[in-house]
Each structure stands twice: as C-alpha cells, then as structure tokens.
Design a protein around this ligand. Structure first.
Ligand SMILES: C[S@@+](CC[C@H](N)C(=O)[O-])C[C@H]1O[C@@H](n2cnc3c(N)ncnc32)[C@H](O)[C@@H]1O
Length: 253
C-alpha cells in the first residue's frame, strides 16, 4: 500500500517568485477594474486617454503574470532537461546544484547518474519559490525515484559547506540573482570555482545579472566559458553561462 502511494505521488515544483506573480495579478485586476469603472462615468475630453492607459497597463500586468507562470510550469522543465542532457554526464560524477529549491535541476541531473551523487544546497526562501522547503524537495526526489543518489543541505551558496575541488559539475538555475548584492553574487561564484575540480564544468541559467557573471568569469584566470544570447521565450529573459575550470587553476578562495 505504501509503495503504491509513493509511486502515485507526482513531483511538483511550484511557481518561481510567487509574491511577484501574486502582486502582478493583483495590479492587473485593480487596473482592469478601474478601466471598467471609467467606462461608467461621464466622459470628459481626455476619457480615452485614461481608459486606454488603464486598459494597456492592466493587459501588461496580466501578460507578465501569465508569462511568469508559463516560464515556471512549461518552459523551465524542458529548458533544464535540455541543459542536463547537453552535459553528457557519464554517470559517476559528483554534482552540486546551488540554490536547488524544490529540485527540478537536481532531479534532472540525478536521473542521468548511476554511481555518482547529486548534492543540493538551499536556504528554502519562500518568496523565491512557492512552498519552498526541504521536505517538498525530498517529496519530489522520492516521487522521481532518485533518493539513493541525492543529498540535501540547508546552506548559503556564498559559503558552500563542501571541500575545495569536490565537484565534477556544478549547476544552478534561477538562484544566484536572488543574492541581493553584487559582492554576495561574486562570493557565490568564487565558491563555485573553489568547490569545482580542475577540469570540472558548470552551467548557470539565470536572469537579471548575467553581465556581472560574465565580467566575473572574464576577470578570473583559469576559466573558459561561453554565454548564450538572452533567451526571450521565458519571463524574465534568461542567459545560460557554460564553463570549465581549467586544470592548472588551484583553489580560488
Ligand atoms: C527561483 S528559486 C529556483 C530554484 C531551482 N533552482 C529551480 O530552478 O527550480 C531560487 C532558489 O534560490 C534559493 N536561494 C536564494 N538565495 C540563496 C542563497 N544565498 N543560498 C542558497 N540558496 C539560495 C532560494 O531559496 C530558492 O530556492
């Protein structure tokens, strides 16, 4: 009975930035209602100006809300599956997911490994993902049948609790931009390079601060990387940075 219940569980990865989505929806409804009310009042000369302004503001809030829900629910699963399969994992890698949240990228990587291990670290911040907590991630890990390959840890990616040069691959999706300062984001990238093995690879898929990441990796000796053009099929647009820590580089901390 327990086995049947466990296998019937579906993985659920929630919505990113739920507070932003909720606020955008609320603004859309309020401005939409104001546009409707404006139709009922006596129409002064500038009526159409007010009505059209409210109408298009409301429309843009609704479109952005839908765009964000589409990005979390439909775009991201395909995007992360593609990024994982492009890594051509051998199966024996030690992999770290920085800011794993409810575990979509983490589980994609775990599906591709056999003797390796995938480690997820996160602070489980609820405003960054709906129902964001370690238990929800374990539920997804269970539902996808990859529990034997995964370790989760509550930890700040600016201070990764693992030894230098531990990981063959480091992945991160929509997480580093949540660190509020440039110094903090740089520290997370330094930690990425510290914990990556020489010859190890990384993939960062993120929004907003990709120019800073590009600047950071450009200034770092011993890293080769490429950055994609912004991908506009998702809201907000994101950039993918793929890189390798060259073999002659030592620890970066
Ligand atoms: C938008 S969610 C993305 C989660 C997951 N990577 C995905 O793509 O579904 C961002 C995640 O980053 C985590 N996060 C934010 N700041 C962090 C920090 N300094 N250290 C570790 N995790 C952090 C949040 O708790 C959240 O789970």
């Amino acid at each position: 009975m327990t086995a049947i219940t466990a296998s019937m569980k579906r993985a659920r990865f929630g919505i990113d930035a739920p507070t932003v989505v909720r606020n955008l929806l609320a603004f859309g409804i309020v401005t939409g209602l104001l546009a409707c009310f404006s139709l009922m009042i006596e129409r002064p000369l500038f009526f159409w100006f007010i009505f059209l302004n409210l109408f298009f503001t409301s429309l843009s809030f609704f479109v952005t809300t839908l765009g964000m829900i589409y990005s979390s629910r439909l775009f991201k699963p395909k995007h992360l599956a593609k990024l994982t399969s492009e890594l051509n994992l051998q199966g024996d890698e030690e992999i770290l997911d920085m800011g794993c949240g409810r575990g979509m990228f983490l589980c994609e990587a775990a599906k591709k490994i056999t003797t390796g291990r995938v480690y997820g670290i996160d602070l489980w911040i609820s405003q960054d993902q709906s129902n964001n907590c370690e238990a929800a991630t374990w539920d997804n890990v269970e539902a996808l049948g990859v529990r034997d390959r995964i370790d989760l840890e509550t930890a700040d990616m600016c201070d990764i609790p693992y030894a230098d040069e531990k990981f063959d691959v480091i992945i991160s999706s929509l997480a580093i931009h949540n660190i509020p300062t440039y110094e903090g984001r740089k520290q997370a990238l330094k930690e990425l390079l510290r914990t990556l093995k020489p010859g190890g690879r990384f993939v960062i898929s993120d929004i907003f601060h990709s120019k800073q990441y590009i600047q950071f990796f450009t200034e770092e000796k011993g890293v080769e990387f490429t950055a994609s053009k912004p991908i506009y099929w998702t809201c907000p647009p994101l950039t993918v940075i793929r890189g390798i820590k060259l073999k002659e580089t030592g620890s970066q901390k």
